[in-house]
Design a protein around this ligand. Structure first.
Ligand code: MG
Length: 337
C-alpha cells in the first residue's frame, strides 16, 4: 500500500464570509492510499480550534509506514497501528481511516454504509449553518438559504434574541442552535431558553463551557429542547463523561479519528439512549461523503461543509433541496473532479 498526502486550502464562498472578521479559507490535507491500482481518498480538515495544522498532520502522516501491511482488509490492525503512533492528531488519523475505508470498499465494490451493515434508509435533511454576523448579513444569509429545511444558527455573542427574531421574520423552518460554549450565565440561559419555547428549536449544542457539567444538566432538566455535546465529546471514551448531563452527542469524523470510531460511538450512543447528531467541519465532498455513509442511525445531520466552499475537488454525496442524497458509488462514494 502506498500512502500519499498533500496540503490544500479550501476557499469559502463569498456569501458566507460577509462579515469582515470571518475566515475566508480553511486548511486541509488530502490523503490517498493506493493498492493494486485502486486509490482510496481521505481528508483531514483543520479548523483552528481543534489545534491541528497542515504541518502537524503532515508530520504525523510522515511517521506512517503502510508497506508493512500486505492486506488492506486488515483494517483494525492497520488503524490500531496508526492510532498508537501518537495521541490526539484525530483529523490526521481520520484522513487515513477514510482513505482505507474508501480503498477497501472499492476493492469489494460495496459502499462503506454496506461495510458497516447499515440500512439505506430514506434521505434525511441536513441543517445549513448561518454563522455569526451582523443582523443584516444574517438576514441576507437566511434569504440565500431558502432551499434548506433546517437552519443551524451560531449564538453566544450577546445578541441571541435579535438573531433568532431576525430569522423568524424571514422563515419558520426548524432551527438548531450552536452556542459553542458561549453562555456563561445560567440565569441568562434559563430566561433565553424559556423565550425559545415557541420558536421551533430542534436542539441546543454545547450551551456552556465543557466543564460546566452540573449547569448543563440543570438546563437539560428544565427545558424540553435536547442539549447536545459537541466540544465535550470527541471519541467513545468521552461518552461516559457526558451521558448523564446531555441529551445527545455531535459525532464528527475529524474529532473521532474516522469512520470506525464514529460508528462505535453511534452504537454506544444508541445503547445509552443518547440522540445522535452527525456533523462535519468545512470539508470537501470527500469528508462529507464519508460521513454520509453513517447517516442512517443519526437523528439529525449537519453535513453542509462542502456547500460552503468554491473549490471542491470531489463529487459524491450531494445536498439536493436540503436533503442529503448519499452517493451510490463504492467506498465513501466519491470521484475526484
Ligand atoms: Mg458545534
Amino acid at each position: 500500500m502506498i500512502l500519499k498526502y498533500y496540503p490544500y486550502t479550501l476557499q469559502l464562498k463569498e456569501v458566507f464570509t460577509l462579515s469582515s472578521n470571518s475566515r475566508s479559507t480553511t486548511p486541509i490535507v488530502l490523503t490517498e492510499i493506493e493498492h493494486d491500482g485502486i486509490t482510496g481518498y481521505g481528508e483531514a480538515s483543520l479548523p483552528p480550534y481543534l489545534g491541528e495544522t497542515q504541518e502537524s498532520v503532515i508530520k504525523f502522516l510522515s511517521k506512517i509506514n503502510l508497506n508493512q501491511f500486505k492486506d488492506p482488509f486488515d483494517l483494525d490492525e492497520i488503524l490500531n497501528y496508526v492510532d498508537a503512533i501518537d495521541e490526539d492528531n484525530n483529523a490526521a488519523k481520520a484522513s487515513i481511516d477514510i482513505a482505507l475505508h474508501d480503498l477497501t470498499g472499492k476493492m469489494k465494490n460495496i459502499s462503506c454504509r454496506e461495510m458497516f451493515n447499515l440500512k439505506e434508509g430514506k434521505s434525511k435533511l441536513t441543517s445549513f449553518t448561518i454563522g455569526i454576523d451582523s443582523i443584516n448579513n444574517i438576514k441576507r444569509k437566511v434569504e440565500n438559504a431558502s432551499e434548506f429545511k433546517i437552519l443551524k444558527v451560531k449564538l453566544g455573542r450577546g445578541d441571541d434574541k435579535e438573531i433568532i427574531s431576525a430569522i423568524r421574520e424571514t422563515t419558520n423552518v426548524p432551527i438548531s442552535i450552536d452556542v459553542n460554549q458561549g453562555w456563561r450565565d445560567t440565569n441568562y440561559a434559563y430566561e433565553f431558553t424559556d423565550w425559545l419555547t415557541d420558536k421551533n428549536i430542534l436542539f441546543i449544542e454545547q450551551p456552556f463551557p465543557v466543564d460546566w457539567f452540573d449547569e448543563t444538566a440543570q438546563l437539560k432538566e428544565r427545558i424540553l429542547i435536547p442539549i447536545i455535546a459537541d466540544e465535550a465529546v470527541k471519541t467513545n471514551k468521552d461518552i461516559n463523561n457526558v451521558k448523564d448531563y446531555y441529551s445527545g452527542i455531535n459525532i464528527k469524523l475529524m474529532k473521532s479519528g474516522g469512520l470506525r470510531e464514529a460508528y462505535k460511538m453511534m452504537i454506544i450512543a444508541k445503547q445509552l439512549g443518547l440522540k445522535i447528531l452527525l456533523g462535519c467541519m468545512t470539508e470537501t465532498s470527500c469528508g462529507i461523503s464519508a460521513a454520509s455513509q453513517l447517516s442512517s442511525p443519526a437523528d439529525w445531520l449537519d453535513l453542509d461543509g462542502a456547500l460552503l466552499i468554491n473549490n471542491d475537488i470531489f463529487e459524491g454525496t450531494k445536498i439536493v433541496n436540503g436533503e442529503v442524497v448519499v452517493s451510490n458509488l463504492p467506498g465513501i462514494g466519491v470521484n475526484k473532479i
